[in-house]
Write a protein that binds this ligand. Structure first.
Ligand code: DAH
Length: 341
């Protein structure tokens, strides 16, 4: 029995030497030291030994158990160390490696110009108002004195969202004027920038979606002179002190009188080039003195108050500012273009 115990010890130790995982180790522990293991099986036969041999064999059996136990514990801590070393190696993070280059974005050229325009208007005491892009025809047409027969109300011109033509993607920012006047009493001084939509084909100067900045001033004694002064100040701040403007008579249903405002071409300085189609001027906005019908429709007495309004094309404004000759560049997100600003 002594030999069997010695043999068991040798066998267990050499088996333990081949262990490479915690799972294998546990199997061996059960095999040798478990309740149904080999050591127990040998000990069960102790009863058949002569009484005087039992203490010695018992001692040997205990020693064998301790040796195997210790070998298992040693292996177990070796395995743990190994797995920790593996983890340390595989999860190593070198915090001294320089970081990857990070590309900072910047404002889109139209945002740059819009921010400048907002600053200029805020400096003149204007507030900023917002209105919905999906608009009621009531606000975009009816309340602006645009009759049902007006070409802008055709399906070919406007993106209606309902069959009955009561809702559409707004084709101008002017309905915000009405929304403001319904809520506020004069004095009113607001601008309202935003997107507008028209059924236009895309080309160098057209897009079915573009941006406008609406402006509205209502108070006692406001005149066309105030309109000219305000817009001339805007133009001189944006394009330089000596930039010339030209106010041309025009027609809008919601202003009387109405005008369009041109800026002297910044590319050729007025002598005529491709950008200004040889005219020396570039159209920037529509404007006028608010029609008495529009004021009255919003509950403002046209005998007491008057106002002026304008709608500036933000794309035009940006193109003029940077000498950009194709509007599509503003929407294509080509980094070679955008990185220039
Ligand atoms: N809404 C006009 C357009 O889209 C521009 C405009 C003209 C706006 C005169 C106004 C205005 O507020 O008074 O062409």
């Amino acid at each position: 029995m002594k030999e069997r115990l010695e043999q068991l010890k040798e066998e267990a130790i050499s088996a333990l030497n081949t262990v490479t995982s915690g799972q294998m180790l546990e199997l061996l522990r059960v095999k040798y030291l478990g309740k149904k293991g080999e050591l127990t099986a040998i000990l069960k036969q102790m009863g058949s030994l002569p009484a005087e041999q039992r203490p010695t064999v018992g001692q040997i059996a205990n020693r064998v158990r301790t040796i195997i136990d210790e070998a298992i514990a040693k292996k177990s801590s070796e395995l743990e160390e190994m797995s920790m070393a593996n983890r340390l190696e595989s999860e190593a993070l070198d915090v001294t490696i320089p970081g990857g280059e990070f590309q900072f974005g910047h404002r889109h050229p139209m945002t740059i110009v819009l921010d400048e325009a907002k600053d200029i208007f805020i400096g003149m005491g204007f507030d900023i108002a917002e209105g919905p892009e999906v608009e009621l025809s009531y606000y975009d047409f009816d309340k602006l004195n645009i009759p049902i027969t007006h070409p802008a109300r055709e399906w070919t011109d406007t993106f209606y969202t309902t069959q009955d033509e009561s809702v559409h993607l707004r084709c101008q920012t002017s309905p915000v004027q009405v929304r403001v006047m319904e809520k506020k009493r004069p004095p009113i001084r607001v601008i309202s920038p935003g997107r507008v939509y028209r059924k236009d084909e895309v080309d160098a100067s057209h897009s079915p979606m573009f941006h406008q900045i609406e402006g509205l001033v209502v108070d006692r004694g406001v005149t066309m002179g105030d309109l000219k002064g305000t817009l001339n100040l805007l133009v001189s701040r944006l394009y330089g002190e000596n930039t010339k403007t030209r106010f041309r008579p025009h027609h809008f249903p919601f202003t009387e009188p109405s005008c369009e405002v041109d800026v002297q071409c910044v590319v050729c300085g007025g002598s005529g080039c491709r950008t200004c189609k040889q005219s020396g001027w570039i159209e920037l906005l529509g404007a006028g003195v608010v029609h008495p019908k529009v004021l009255a429709g919003c509950g403002i007495d046209p005998d007491e108050y008057s106002g002026f309004a304008f709608g500036i094309g933000l794309e035009r404004m940006t193109m003029l500012r940077y000498g950009i000759d194709d509007m599509r560049l503003l929407f294509e997100n080509d980094m070679r273009f955008l990185n220039q600003f």
